[in-house]
Ligand binder design. Structure first.
Ligand code: BDR
Ligand code: CA
Length: 311
């Protein structure tokens, strides 16, 4: 299996990504770090513990990392994820404890202990990963690849041209992009192909397990937020696509292109500028996802919920 550290800000779609990471045998989930984004870092850490507990992954360490972006104040995504960051279901006390280390040090220690390069899957703002590289520059050599949910080759969501994870901490995103570690980007242009339509919800509900019921409650809340904020008929399940791509690279097509993060821009700060047609004379520096194989994706995601729900 591929050794993975999951850096996240659960968040409804992060919650589903945690389930996929735990359930799929192609992934060896070494640690989970959380970051401020969809909610405060205290809430995202609690939510990660809740999901790992539901998935029965009691041995995976979870730690809270950075509580605000590298520059500027934190703007949370509560208009999508609610007051708790995971509104919808009622959760019991999690069995998975909070690791006392800072999330960035948990990543550092996990990389140091691994006997092969580790893949980082980053599905929140990139503050923890940029901070890791500032504090421990040598750690870059211990990472095989960073698979990021962030940006878009098209328009944005939090602002017209910027996606939430990138616009929350654009400097961090730029530092990670320029770190020299290979990156693969799952942007909104890909994730908006992963809509939780009624037939998807029905397939999950039909599993009939307690975990499947929690997933349906999560996705129903997420769907109403997306309807309210952007008029979507079905919400896009962004974050788990990163893991699906690691498990089965054929789940999406991608191109190697020149990529930049807009750090200024009167109206476009945090936009990802992907030179898809080679207009800019930029060296290709990133893999950028393009077309999703929806059936493969949903089979992996729903298969994970099914596997975790088995007695
Ligand atoms: C990203 O922002 C968050 O709201 C989601 O969890 C996802 O990581 C989508 O723009
Ligand atoms: Ca997220």
């Amino acid at each position: 299996p591929i050794p993975v550290i999951l850096d996240c800000d659960p968040g409804h779609d992060d919650a589903m990504a945690i389930l996929l990471a735990v359930a799929n045998p192609a992934i060896d989930l070494l640690a989970v770090s959380t970051v401020a984004g969809n909610q405060t870092v205290a809430k995202t850490a609690l939510n990660a513990r809740r999901m790992l507990s539901l998935a029965g992954a009691t041995g995976v360490p979870v730690a809270a990392g950075c509580d605000r972006p590298l520059t500027g104040p934190l703007e949370i995504g509560d208009y999508v994820h609610g007051e708790s960051g995971l509104d919808g279901p009622a959760f019991g006390e999690p069995d998975v404890p909070l690791d006392p280390r800072h999330g960035v040090e948990l990543i550092h220690d996990t990389l140091a202990a691994a006997d092969e390069p580790v893949t980082i899957v980053a599905i929140g703002p990139l503050t923890n990963i940029a901070t890791l590289f500032r504090r421990h520059p040598g750690d870059r050599d211990r990472i095989r690849e960073i698979v990021i949910m962030g940006g878009s080759t098209e328009r944005g969501n939090h602002t017209p041209y910027a996606e939430f994870n990138i616009v929350t901490d654009p400097e961090a995103a730029a530092e990670v992009l320029e770190s020299g570690v290979p990156t693969t980007w799952v942007g909104l242009n890909v994730s908006h192909q992963a809509l939780v339509t009624t037939d998807v919800l029905d397939r999950i509900a039909a599993l009939g397990t307690p975990l499947a019921r929690v997933c349906v409650e999560l996705l129903t809340f997420f769907g109403s937020s997306y309807h309210q904020a952007w008029g979507f008929e079905a919400p896009p399940l962004h974050d788990p696509i990163t893991l699906a791509y690691l498990i089965d690279p054929q789940v999406m097509t991608y191109a190697r292109v020149g990529l930049r993060i807009e750090l200024d821009g009167a109206y476009t700060r945090g936009a990802t500028v992907a030179d898809l047609h080679g207009r800019m004379d930029w060296e290709p520096n990133a893999n950028v996802g393009l077309i999703l194989d929806r059936d493969r994706f949903w089979d992996l995601m729903i298969g994970a919920i099914e596997r975790l729900g088995a007695p």
